[in-house]
Design a protein around this ligand. Structure first.
Ligand SMILES: [Fe+2]
Ligand SMILES: [Fe+2]
Length: 146
């Protein structure tokens, strides 16, 4: 059996301390790794389409969950954060289209782009709303400490 190719290694530094979103992020990482593994392992194209669809749907679901949460908590950088999510959504669409068209544009760099983007986004932009909720929200039920 082919060994799993791990594109994105989860480490505890990625945790925000907000359980719902930490779980979302781990699931996103799993799906991204599974997509890359399917791509690199040259599985049946239909299998890759299915995984990419799942990744896309989950990313869309996660981003809108974050955006609604930010709106609810009156997070001041919501617009800026949403614009960042748009970049990822656009890149994922590109990846799905490349896959559908069996284009040579579906390459490892696209996956690396997504993995780098996601890592930086969680560590920098998502981490900021984690800090925000700790500092500004009286109702801390969202936040857990390690
Ligand atoms: Fe996120
Ligand atoms: Fe985000």
């Amino acid at each position: 059996m082919e060994q799993n190719r791990l594109l994105f290694k989860w480490i505890k530094e990625y945790q925000l301390g907000i359980q719902e979103f930490d779980e979302h992020h781990q699931k996103l990482v799993q799906l991204l790794n599974a997509s890359f593994d399917a791509f690199a392992g040259n599985v049946h194209p239909q299998r890759l389409v299915t995984i990419l669809d799942e990744l896309f749907d989950y990313a869309v679901y996660h981003f809108s969950a974050e955006e609604s949460w930010m709106d609810e908590h009156q997070y001041p950088r919501l617009a800026e954060h949403t614009a960042l999510h748009d970049t990822f959504r656009a890149k994922l669409t590109e990846l799905q289209q490349a896959q559908l068209m069996r284009s040579s544009e579906l390459n490892a760099e696209l996956f690396t782009f997504l993995a780098d983007w996601l890592a930086t986004h969680i560590l920098e932009s998502d981490a900021e709303y984690g800090i925000f909720v700790r500092e500004n929200c009286n109702n801390k039920t969202d936040v857990y400490e390690e």
